[in-house]
Design a protein around this ligand. Structure first.
Ligand code: RUB
Length: 296
């Protein structure tokens, strides 16, 4: 949890594999590939929900096994991981430019948790001189909303912090919702910080447009083949202090939830603003033929 947000997690994972390759001084290409796979598995286990991590690691190791020797394989991982990090950072910038066009003077924006893609849009809109205000949820239990309000305040944006249960009340004032994504499935559903789906329901009820800000490497190829997205559950110590509740009380702390495609007005990606129904096609185009390896 020291690195948060699916984009940052993906870049950190790809960089870690790049550093692993840089520092590797083992023997054969086979040794390197075996150790690389172990490093990849360990990184993957750190955050099970964000497919951006899987995609970032996959992009880093792609082609390494067909290198002619260990040096070639090592070089390929170093180059691929650097290319992924650069592509990922550029994608966030492009999303900011596209999404900022959706913000108009007088808008009241609601956001949830701490998404660099969503905040990039708000900061770009502010940079362009647009006049709008933002409500940001606290996002219990980790309270990533504190990061969000400080980041927006530092950018000179008029921002108000609300507790998570104030979402339906505040939705009456909101004109747009912008949230990030940890994973988007092949049928256009969004997996993001717990509470996102109740924002979507409240937005639907109040007829407020609900925008998802997501780089395309948050699209999950595994879901095309029927895999479910693993929803990370975290410890009870994040929810209550020791001794605060009776020993017999159980705690359930899922940290992400799923929002069906029908509640999403558009997904703002680096390849443009798309409907949730277009996710499958974009995924096929972005990932190319390599995707079919997943069926094995
Ligand atoms: C962060 C979260 C963010 C997405 C997108 O959860 O749910 O909305 O990861 O973030 P956590 P970004 O703090 O548990 O990682 O747009 O920065 O990729």
């Amino acid at each position: 949890m020291r690195i948060r947000g699916a984009g940052r997690i993906a870049r950190a994972g790809a960089s870690a594999l790049g550093k692993f390759a840089e520092g590797y001084n083992g023997g054969s290409k086979e040794d390197f590939l075996r150790d690389l796979d172990m490093a990849r598995e360990e990184l993957l286990a750190s955050r099970p929900t964000a497919v951006s991590l899987w995609n970032g690691l996959q992009a880093s190791v792609r082609g390494a096994s067909s290198a002619s020797d260990m040096e070639g394989a090592r070089r390929s991982v170093i180059d691929n991981s650097a290319a992924f990090v650069e592509m990922s950072s550029k994608a966030v910038e492009t999303i900011a430019k596209i999404g900022a066009k959706r913000i108009q003077d007088g808008d009241v924006v609601l956001t949830h948790c701490n998404s660099s893609a969503a905040l990039g849009i708000l900061k770009e809109a502010k940079r362009q001189g647009k006049k709008f205000t933002v409500y940001a949820t606290e996002s219990r239990p980790w309270r990533q909303g504190i990061l969000t309000v400080n980041e927006l305040a530092d950018a000179g944006i008029d921002v108000t912090l609300i507790i998570d249960s104030a979402v339906r009340t505040v939705m009456k004032k909101a004109t747009k919702v912008f949230v990030g994504a940890d994973t988007i499935t092949s049928n256009g559903a969004l997996v993001n910080k717990i509470g996102t789906s109740q924002l979507a329901l409240a937005a639907d009820e109040a007829r407020v447009p609900f925008y998802v800000c997501s780089e395309t490497y948050k699209f999950s190829p595994m879901t095309m083949f029927g895999d479910m997205v693993t929803i990370e559950e975290r410890g009870c110590e994040e929810v209550v202090k020791e001794g605060e509740i009776r020993d017999s009380v159980k705690i359930f702390n899922p940290v992400f939830d799923s929002t069906p495609a029908k509640y999403i007005d558009a997904i703002i990606t680096e390849v443009g603003m798309i409907s949730p129904g277009a996710v499958y096609d974009v995924m096929i185009r972005q990932l190319g033929d390599g995707i079919f390896d997943l069926r094995d």
